[in-house]
Design a protein around this ligand. Sequence first.
Ligand SMILES: [Zn+2]
Length: 317
Amino acid sequence: MSQLLISSRRVLAQCLAACVLLLALTTPAAAVDASEFDPDRALAHAEYLAAVIGDRPAGTLGEQEAAGWLAGQFAALGYAVRIQPFPLRRGGNEIIGMNVIATRAGLPDYGVLYAGAHYDTVERLSDLPYGGPGANDNAAGVGVLLEAARLYASAPFTPTLTLIAFGGEENGLAGSRYFVNHLPPDGRFLAQAMVNFDCVGIGDALHLYAVRDADRALAESLPVTPDRIDYLTHGSSDHASFSDGGIPSVMFNMHSPDGACGPDYHRPTDTADKLERPAVARVGAAAVSALNFLSEGASPRAATLLYLPLIHGVANP
Ligand SMILES: [Zn+2]
């Protein structure tokens, strides 16, 4: 056997090893087993928000305390965290709300996947049974988001994962609208999808909500088995801000016979003791299936959308 042939084979073997390593590094991997979602952890987070911190209207001390606690939870899991203040008007006054944004970097050019839940509540009205601690609306959704954050903190995940606890949802989706309107160009162009959790703690029917056709296509593609996909063309929660910004989005909701947010919607009686473990367990498992699917389906093609206009601009000045 010639020396040339031996060295050729050695080069070939080294190339193959490099290819295998490259594939291992770039092939999207399944991330989390849905059975790992712990509804008790999600419920404990919801209980802390609703029963310990309590009411959290935008611009109040309750919101500030919740934002600080949420930032600490995400940071302890290893996420890069920032608080994004935003202005909103309430009762003729300009106040400041806060989004809490947690990010885990993925593979370069594999896009950004957004998941979110609002943590604010409606303000109480003294003479009416209105406002309260918002356990189902939406401490439960934030609990699901935090439990997902725990599971995906170190699991294989292809795109960049950005988790947002939104403020000001109850004030015309103010927090999510500000977030989407202030995305940097790459954050918008590389966005793959957004999933939103709102009113997920009561009821036994899983509903997915879509705003536009692209959202409905996203909802239909997910490997979850909803009882129903609702098509609501006006904005009902933060996913609508992403849909309006051209980012496909879907809301997960547990529907009860009393409606999308249960019998205590926006009332002082929306308390943590009413939350139902099976509801949180079902939406949590569905959330993991959806996030796995979106991670595995991520591809670097989104980067092409960003770079093509530049290439086109160079070729056709
Ligand atoms: Zn809500």
